[in-house]
Every structure is written in structure tokens, then in C-alpha cells.
Design a protein around this ligand. Structure first.
Ligand code: NAG
Ligand code: NAG
Ligand code: NAG
Length: 215
């Protein structure tokens, strides 16, 4: 464990020292399409022999954004009929969010689920919660009414778009998240490459006008 931490620190230090040389070799950053710490780090890490190649810390262990969305969608369309129904929402809230079982989902319960269970970022979790929560601070989200509302049938495409829209806004509101936030870092790639997400209208609009990093 200590050795792994040592390796990580060493490789980070190495990346920091070498960044300058790399820029010098390139004769300035003008033509380099990818800028900032992330790109310098990645540019260097590809050149390191395998045991020295560090994984990107901000996304380590999180898989792809498409996988995280698929996990959440799979739970909310548990019977795989392409509709998110009232009972499916109820079961998700009851089984995965409402840890103290009081019928209310609080911001703490929501972010816990999104960060630990679904591996989304804190900023995205907080914003998605805010988009759904009521003004009632002691009980911002109630879900009991969904238990038997089989009439409620939301197409999975609507569910996906609504969730993607909040993520796009999360990334747009602070473009440093393009580097510091795994969901924002992976958004453009997922919108281009993920079979499901690339079909979504919110993703299509994002590909046309993605968030741009400033150095
Ligand atoms: C869910 O449905 C899709 C087609 O809509 C299919 O490709 C997939 O295999 C199904 N998954 C499960 C777990 O049934
Ligand atoms: C907030 O929600 C709880 C639980 O549903 C309810 O008992 C309480 O009266 C609500 N408070 C307000 C101010 O609406
Ligand atoms: C849903 O139906 C079950 C079984 O009939 C019942 O026990 C439960 O109270 C109902 N839930 C709501 C919110 O009406």
C-alpha cells in the first residue's frame, strides 16, 4: 500500500518535471490541440513503460460514463420494457436511496447513492438532486406515491435526456470540471462513442458545442 502511494507520487512528480521539456520540444503550445495538466499528464504517461503508467486519478475505478448511465437506467427500467414506470422508480428510491427508510430522500442520501453506488461525481449528484428536490428541506423528495402508479410510463429516452441535460449544465457552469470532474471529462467521448448516449438529442447538441477547456 505504502509502495503504491510512493509510486503514484513519484510518477506525478516525474510528470510535473517533464511537462516543461515537453512544451519546449513542441516549440510552444499553439499547435497542440489538447492543453492543461490532464493532457500533459496523459501525453507523458503514454510514453512511460507499463509499470510506470499511472491511471487517470479522477476517473480511476469509475469505468465509462456510458456504463454509469446504463447502470442507473437498468435499475430504473428494471423490466427492460423501454419505459421507466412508477413502481420501478419506487423500488430504486426505497432500495438504493432511502437508507434510513423514512420515506424521504435527502441530499445526503442522494449524493451517497450517486457517488458510491453509481460512481457519478459529487457536483453532478448535487445538481441532479437540486433539479428534482422540492422546497421541503426536511423531506425534499418523497416517493411513496410512485409505489402503485403503474400508469406512469416514462420512455427511457426522456429519462436519459433529463439526466444528460443536468450533466451538460454541470460541466458548462464551470469549465475547469473538464479536467477535475470525471463525468465532464468523459462526456464528449461518451456522446460520440457510446451506442446509447450518442443517439440522444442532448448528447448530439453537446457534440456540436462542447465545453472547451481554458489553460
Ligand atoms: C434489454 O433490451 C434490449 C433491447 O431493447 C436488449 O438488447 C437487451 O439484451 C435487454 N437486456 C436484458 C437484460 O434483458
Ligand atoms: C415536509 O415533508 C414532511 C414529510 O412529507 C411533512 O410532514 C412536512 O409537513 C413537510 N413540511 C413542509 C413545510 O411542507
Ligand atoms: C400500494 O398497494 C399496496 C398493495 O395493495 C398497498 O399495501 C400500499 O399501501 C399501496 N401504496 C400506496 C402508496 O398507496
Amino acid at each position: 500500500m505504502k509502495f503504491a502511494v510512493f509510486l503514484l507520487l513519484l510518477s506525478l512528480a516525474f510528470a510535473g518535471c517533464s511537462a516543461g521539456r515537453r512544451w519546449g520540444m513542441r516549440g510552444g503550445g499553439g499547435r497542440w490541440p489538447c492543453r492543461g495538466f490532464f493532457c500533459r499528464f496523459w501525453g507523458l504517461s503514454r510514453r512511460l513503460p507499463a509499470p510506470w503508467r499511472p491511471s487517470l486519478p479522477v476517473c480511476s475505478g469509475k469505468g465509462t460514463l456510458g456504463e454509469r448511465f446504463a447502470l442507473n437506467l437498468g435499475i430504473n427500467d428494471a423490466d427492460n420494457d423501454t419505459f421507466v414506470s412508477g413502481p420501478e422508480i419506487y423500488n430504486d428510491f426505497k432500495n438504493n436511496y432511502d437508507t434510513n427508510n423514512d420515506g424521504c430522500v435527502t441530499e445526503a442520501e442522494w449524493t451517497q447513492r450517486w457517488e458510491r453506488g453509481l460512481r457519478f461525481s459529487k457536483a453532478y449528484a448535487v445538481n441532479r438532486f437540486a433539479a428534482l428536490a422540492s422546497d421541503n428541506v426536511t423531506c425534499p423528495i418523497t416517493y411513496e406515491s410512485f409505489e402503485n402508479s403503474t400508469d406512469m410510463q416514462m420512455p427511457v429516452g426522456i429519462f436519459l435526456s433529463a439526466n444528460l441535460q443536468t450533466l451538460v449544465e454541470t460541466c458548462q457552469s464551470d469549465n475547469s470540471r473538464l479536467i477535475s470532474n470525471c463525468d465532464c471529462l468523459q462526456l464528449l467521448g461518451a456522446c460520440v462513442n457510446d451506442a446509447k448516449l450518442s443517439e440522444d438529442s442532448v448528447c448530439k447538441a453537446y457534440v456540436v458545442q462542447p465545453v472547451i477547456a481554458t489553460d
